[in-house]
Design a protein around this ligand. Sequence first.
Ligand code: AMP
Ligand code: GLY
Length: 430
Amino acid sequence: MDTNYNVLLIGGGGREHAIAWKLSQSPNLGTLYIAPGNPGTAEAGLNIKLNTDDFAAVSEFCQDHSIDLVVVGPEAPLVNGIVDYLEKEGFAVFGPKKSAAMLEGSKQFAKEFMVKYDVPTADYAVFSSDEFDDALKFVQSKESYPIVLKADGLAAGKGVFICDSEEEVIKRLDQLKNDSKLQDAASKLVVEEFMEGEEASAFVIADGHTSHILNNAQDHKRIGEGDTGLNTGGMGAYSPAPLLTEEMLDRVKYEIIERTITGMQLEESAYHGILYVGLMITNDGPKVVEYNCRFGDPECQAILPPLENDLLTLMIATTEQRLDEISLQMDSDFRCCVVLASDGYPGSYSKGKIITGLESVDEDSLVFQAGTAKDGDNLVTSGGRVLSVVGKGPTLKKAIDHAYKNVQKLSFEGCYYRKDIGYKGLDRIK
Ligand code: AMP
Ligand code: GLY
């Protein structure tokens, strides 16, 4: 591989800090630019101001800075077609095209695709926004609670409601119809059967032909211990998940991933980049809860550190459809990632609190930054999810202990974190 690849990474969360950190270890990296990045990514490359919603401006930046590879962290630019635009302009991009990112961009598309290609998932029905009365009649005819309501489009994790009663369905239908933040995403509504089971995620890297499971993880989406309270972007993750035994991973591979990758080829929307498959492990086997067209956050912070391959080489090979030449190597340690959040998140929270202790964490632990900013010489909070602390160890218990030992060394006013990240994995090992 040629050396000195210039890379533009789009995004500014903990996920992007982890990607930047891993890319910066590559001997083949030229300059790494991150738009917008955060104070953590500034340690791995150059943060830049660039309106990444303006694809022409991104293309101009790539031209002016001889960018060899663009890596897209979050879903919105992918669903909006950044890969199509930049590839037409001659740039290599790691990520799916718009038509493939529809697996995340439209739940209706994903469900119809799964039915067509026999990918196991929950039964469902779709209603447009002027058919919400029919949706209610459909729910009433089922008389089976809980039932799941999902806005079709991207809703920043806020478009899914698990309803325990008819009253709640009525309330949520009203919210989906009238909440200005949800209306666009809810121009279509997916009503879905509730799946009983435990969730886990498989992260697949695909080049349109070849796909490998990169790693797997379990997220902790709720704000409170014991998986209680409001949904968040994710309060912590651990990897690998004991729930995904070798036998279960084989089923995931043959019943879900191969059918998905082949199906997308047949749809002429071959999948490139990271496919995050959200799974429910039910008594009937693995089923798909959702597809995402990118790395998860905070799962990325737990699944990239064990990767022994050079991430840049892997990403370039993906864009050149040479994944078949690569065998993935992971170290054998577990990782546990604990998110430190601002008190109040996922609701409102205050900002500008001084963060201390970063210099005292163990050398073999990692701290990835998300909602942080520089205020003079101080590092201060600037978002809901502030830091991700990653511990490792030869057992899940040791990885959890290592993460929490280092969490203790960090502080800022109003710091909140869950104390039970990873414990559901331990319960399974016992
Ligand atoms: P989604 O954005 O589709 O992943 O939904 C968000 C969360 O809602 C998931 O991580 C699950 O915890 C839950 N969920 C979504 N769909 C279902 C379902 N059909 N059955 C049970 N839980 C679900
Ligand atoms: N942690 C969940 C997500 O990234 O969608």
